[in-house]
Write a protein that binds this ligand. Structure first.
Ligand code: SF4
Length: 428
């Protein structure tokens, strides 16, 4: 039996696509082995959102070379999409570079058109190593923010999956025991606009509402200015959708936001969050924030810092600006020194830790729904899982709790650790 090893970098969309590849390869008779082990085929699904992601992609390619085997190496994903020629020249050990469009055909390529693999549409039923499953429903982004390479590597055309197909996939995952489905897309908020007749993310979620007794659905990143009308209303009225929204902010300074090509002001963002909080008081708002956009002054950085504190995000994901050659921001001067970017990034990471602690503390004494993860912490012997509003909580319990939805009372929050007690098991 031929062995295949897969490695993935980057976003949830990439992770989903690797999963599709994995499932098809297993169906076609391949055996999956860990990436560090000897395999016949190595597939690397790369990312290119920042220079760091490029670097990590190259490190993975080099690691395969170090194995010294005669294995075949296939490189795909966003870095492969934009740097095909460079990769071929620099790493002669690569057998095949496959762009994003062709990615899902890799199993066909390496199994010589196996009959079981004639369908190029993804439809997955199992999701290895996770107790929540990602389902990709949309691809493409047409927003062209000035720093972002995504529309160039993923395409500017919106491609949404048929809602029936999405539901079939979700039902399959639930039958396989998954209790949390994460809907992902390159620009999720644009889901359905390209379909005929067009629908919205809200329409899709309404069609999923019958699953609410046994499952919960989490939405991945949504662009704040594109939030589909009716979404917050639906979220406030149904248990299916987790009270958690990831709304990328990027900067709290109006001028920087404008230069980034973001289509909202801090004022509009603030109003949006205030309305959401009014309708869903327990909601977690998480965000991405970028430091060191060209020309970002200390004052503008501090505007971002204060804005983040004022909004009270429950979690921050901080990036450093990284010049991507095809983007408009590539030529904006002056660039911020790397040292300054690192300092700003560190400062926001510390703020993020405080904000997370403040958010969790608000719910001490409350009983919240948690999906129990498979792994037990070896040191403490505790189980853990995320609440609907994305607080990670640890608690005592027996093996029978694994992969169950349970109600947990939050009893303590200290130095980033939240403790709880299981009060009730919700599902079997
Ligand atoms: S919305 Fe902007 S940042 Fe997000 S993927 Fe599209 S272009 Fe990139």
């Amino acid at each position: 039996m031929a062995k295949v090893a897969l490695a993935t970098l980057g976003c949830k969309v990439n992770q989903y696509e690797t999963q599709v590849l994995r499932e098809r390869l297993v169906q076609a008779g391949f055996r999956e082995v860990p990436f560090k082990e000897k395999a016949d085929f190595y597939i690397i699904n790369t990312c290119s959102v920042t220079e760091r992601a490029d670097h990590k992609s190259e490190e993975l390619i080099k690691a395969v070379k170090k194995n010294g085997s005669t294995a075949h190496l296939i490189v795909t994903g966003c870095y492969a999409e934009v740097e095909k020629d460079k990769l071929r020249k620099r790493f002669p050990q690569i057998d095949l570079v496959v762009g994003n469009e062709e990615k899902l055909k890799i199993p066909h390529i390496i199994t010589e058109a196996n009959k079981n693999l004639t369908n190029t549409k993804p439809l997955i039923q199992t999701f290895y190593n996770h107790n929540r499953a990602f389902v990709k429903i949309e691809d493409g982004c047409n927003q062209f923010c000035s720093y972002c390479r995504v529309p160039y590597v993923r395409g500017a055309e919106i491609k949404s999956r048929d809602p029936h197909e999405v539901l079939k996939e979700v039902e399959g995952l639930i039958l396989n025991g998954f209790k949390e489905i994460v809907l992902v897309g390159v620009n999720l908020a644009l889901y359905g606009r390209d379909l005929d007749p067009s629908i919205s993310l809200v329409d899709l979620l309404r069609r999923m509402q019958y699953l609410e007794e046994t499952t919960r659905v989490r939405l991945s990143s949504l662009e704040p200015h594109l939030l589909p009308p009716g979404l917050i209303d639906l979220m406030s009225n149904c248990r299916l959708i987790c009270a958690h929204l990831h709304l990328p902010l990027q900067s709290g300074d109006p001028e920087i936001l404008q230069r980034m090509g973001r289509r909202y002001t801090p004022h509009q963002y603030r109003r949006l969050v205030e309305n959401i909080k009014k309708m869903i008081p327990s909601v977690a708002i998480t965000t991405d924030v970028m430091v060191g956009f060209p020309g970002e002054t200390q004052k503008q950085f501090l505007n971002t810092y204060h804005f983040l504190r004022e909004i009270g995000f429950s979690r921050l994901h901080t990036f450093r600006f990284s010049p991507r050659i095809e983007t408009r921001a590539y030529s904006i001067q002056p660039r911020v020194e790397e040292k300054v970017k690192k300092e700003r990034s560190k400062c926001l990471r510390e703020l993020g830790e405080n904000l997370a602690q403040n958010f969790a503390s608000r719910f001490l004494g409350d009983t919240l729904r948690v999906l129990v993860e498979e792994k037990v912490d070896r040191k403490t012997g505790l189980f853990s899982g995320y609440t609907d509003n994305y607080i990670r909580v640890s608690f005592k319990g027996g093996r029978e709790l694994k992969n169950k939805l349970v109600m947990v009372r939050l009893v303590g929050a200290n130095q980033g650790q939240v403790r709880g007690q299981v009060e009730k098991v919700l599902s079997c």
